[in-house]
Design a protein around this ligand. Structure first.
Ligand SMILES: [Zn+2]
Length: 153
């Protein structure tokens, strides 16, 4: 139940690069992959996205997206796209949000609930919002520079 925000080329092909898997570091000789490693399936090579992306729980993603592109979120909360042409507006909106306090504070939410073992928090605090808006800004700037769109799903 999470939403990822990232940039994409127009054909939506995810772009990945191959990197050495961390499990190699834990093997005795430093070069034998873990047979049942969930990251590389025992190959020693992990495919990771080479773009900036951020992943959030649905609730938090919708809160952040709603601050930046409310009209799009009203159309569809779980999937949407900010086209290259629309990126400058989204960037201006985030700059505004990062320079004001009222709008950020209006979105702070404390959703804690207790299970028998521990306290779980699904809330969202000011630091989290500012941190996510900053990463969102980086994604938008990357897409702008590379003539790409930004989408979430
Ligand atoms: Zn591995």
């Amino acid at each position: 139940m999470s939403i990822t925000i990232t940039s994409t080329k127009n054909n939506h092909t995810p772009t990945t690069k191959d990197v050495e898997c961390n499990c190699l570091d834990y093997s005795e000789d430093g070069k034998t992959p873990e047979m049942d490693c969930p990251f590389c399936d025992g190959t020693g090579i992990e495919q990771v996205s080479n773009r900036i992306q951020m992943n959030m729980s649905n609730g938090n993603a919708i809160t952040i997206l709603n601050m930046v592109v409310p009209k799009k979120v009203a159309q569809d909360r779980y999937y949407g796209e900010i086209s290259n042409k629309e990126i400058p507006d989204a960037i201006r909106r985030i700059m505004f949000l990062l320079n004001t306090n009222k709008d950020v504070q209006a979105n702070i939410r404390k959703d804690d609930f207790e299970t028998d073992k521990r306290m779980l928090s699904f809330g969202i605090d000011e630091e989290y919002i500012r941190d996510r808006l900053t990463t969102f800004l980086e994604i938008l700037k990357y897409a702008q520079k590379h003539n790409e769109n930004v989408y979430w799903s």
